[in-house]
Design a protein around this ligand. Sequence first.
Ligand code: ADP
Length: 193
Amino acid sequence: MLKVGLTGGIGCGKSTAADLFAELGAPVIDADLISHELVKPGAPALLEISRQFGPDILTADGALDRDKMRELVFSRPACKKQLEAILHPLVYTEMQRLMKILDYPYVILCIPLLLETNMQHFVDRILVIDCPVDEQIKRVKLRSRHSEETIKAIVASQVSREQRLSAADDIIDNSGDATKLAEHIKKLHNLYL
Ligand code: ADP
């Protein structure tokens, strides 16, 4: 089975693209969804996080305090590394487990931080969803309550657009409208099949 790593900067359209592949019948495995599952109340990864970061990292009802975690990770690089060391290996292991039960010519592995985590070797082909940084910021502003400053900080924490494009086997230019995106995805779907 061909493993296609779908990646791109925040707001470039990864989730939208992944949904379009799924609509065409392709299996999609989402690293973000997995990492959310891994830190549900009572999950082993969450227990490890509270062991390493202290119980204050949990809300009163035992869930991960995401705002606190985000703040910590952004202000202290060592904490970011520590959190990633807990989560990333588990995310990749879970993706591998999920892939084993699939029966399809290809799988879309939606991995926002594929390049940041240096996991290019985990996939056979890299598909980058690309759009200009200004457009990224505009789209994330519309979709979330983040300030422009926060969005810019997230963009700056990810690999640059140029680095991403140079790592790509396939590129979808998602600066156009949603109809264009669907056409691109249909073409790639046929190529991957
Ligand atoms: P990502 O998963 O890469 O963060 P999303 O797929 O969530 O990005 O897209 C970010 C936002 O931009 C969403 O609100 C989505 O509906 C919107 N969007 C995606 N593609 C387009 C497009 N081609 N034109 C306009 N808005 C788009």
